[in-house]
Design a protein around this ligand. Structure first.
Ligand code: 2BA
Length: 109
C-alpha cells in the first residue's frame, strides 16, 4: 500500500475530489499553506494499493493545472534592501506536487 500526498491549488481541489470519488478512491483534504507564496493550497492524502498508484497519478494530472501567480513584494522593514524587488514577480505554480510514500501498516477501527 502507498500513501500519495499531493499539494495542489485550491482552485482544482473540488474537481480532483469529485474525480477521485467517481473512481471510488478514498481521500482526505487538508487545508495547507505554501511556504514560498504563503498562500492557501490544498493537500490530498490518498491511501491506495500499489497497483493503483499510476491511475491516481493520471487523475491528479488530468484535474490539476499549472498557473502563473503573482508574488507581491515584501518591504525589507529595516533589513537588507539589496535583495528587495519593488514590483510583483510572476511564478509558475505547478499543477500538483506529489509524494508517494510506502505505508507500513493500515488499520481502520
Ligand atoms: P509555495 O511554497 O507557496 O510555492 C509556490 C511556487 O513558488 C512554487 O510552485 C515555485 O514555482 C515557486 N517557488 C517556491 N519556492 C521558491 C523559491 N525558493 N524560489 C523561487 N521560487 C520558488 P511549485 O513548485 O509548483 O509548488 C507549489 C506548492 O507545492 C508550494 O507552494 C508548496 O506548498 C508545495 N511544495 C512544492 N515543493 C515542495 C516540497 N519539496 N516539499 C513540500 N511542499 C512542496
Amino acid at each position: 500500500m502507498k500513501l500519495i500526498m499531493a499539494v495542489i491549488q485550491d482552485k482544482d481541489s473540488n474537481r480532483l475530489s469529485d474525480a477521485l470519488v467517481k473512481k471510488d478512491y478514498r481521500a482526505t483534504k487538508l487545508a495547507s499553506t505554501g511556504g514560498f507564496l504563503k498562500a492557501g493550497n490544498t493537500t490530498f492524502l490518498i491511501g491506495t494499493e500499489d497497483e493503483k498508484v499510476e491511475d491516481v497519478m493520471s487523475i491528479i494530472k488530468e484535474n490539476c493545472q499549472s498557473r502563473e501567480q503573482l508574488v507581491a513584494p515584501i518591504s525589507p522593514m529595516g533589513g537588507n534592501a539589496d535583495s528587495y524587488v519593488p514590483y510583483p514577480v510572476e511564478v509558475q505554480v505547478g499543477g500538483a506536487t506529489v509524494f508517494v510514500l510506502p505505508v507500513e501498516q493500515f488499520e481502520q477501527f
